[in-house]
Design a protein around this ligand. Structure first.
Ligand SMILES: [Zn+2]
Length: 89
């Protein structure tokens, strides 16, 4: 798999991560990807701890379960969508 770089958060400059989630958007552990029993998706996310400004509107708390709105089918799709959005913003 090729390594595609995610652009940093346009609000605070933090490094964006991709997290695994189920069909309902609940964040799952990485192991879930190998055995998804309730659908598989990907969300873009960065932790509030990574926000140097402490006021990023998209930062979330790990484990909160309500991170991001969009669920992508593949990692590549998530990365592409994110990078496109950052470019346009
Ligand atoms: Zn941010």
């Amino acid at each position: 798999m090729k390594d595609v770089e995610l652009k940093p958060c346009p609000f605070c400059g933090a490094q964006i991560k991709i997290v695994v989630c189920d069909d309902e958007g609940n964040i799952q552990k990485e192991e879930y990807e190998k055995k998804p029993w309730s659908g598989l998706g990907y969300k873009l996310y960065h932790d509030i701890k990574d926000d140097p400004t402490d006021s990023c509107p998209i930062a979330g708390h790990e484990g909160a379960g309500d991170l991001g709105v969009w669920i992508y089918d593949t990692k590549e799709e998530a990365i592409e969508a994110w990078n496109r959005r950052v470019d346009n913003g």
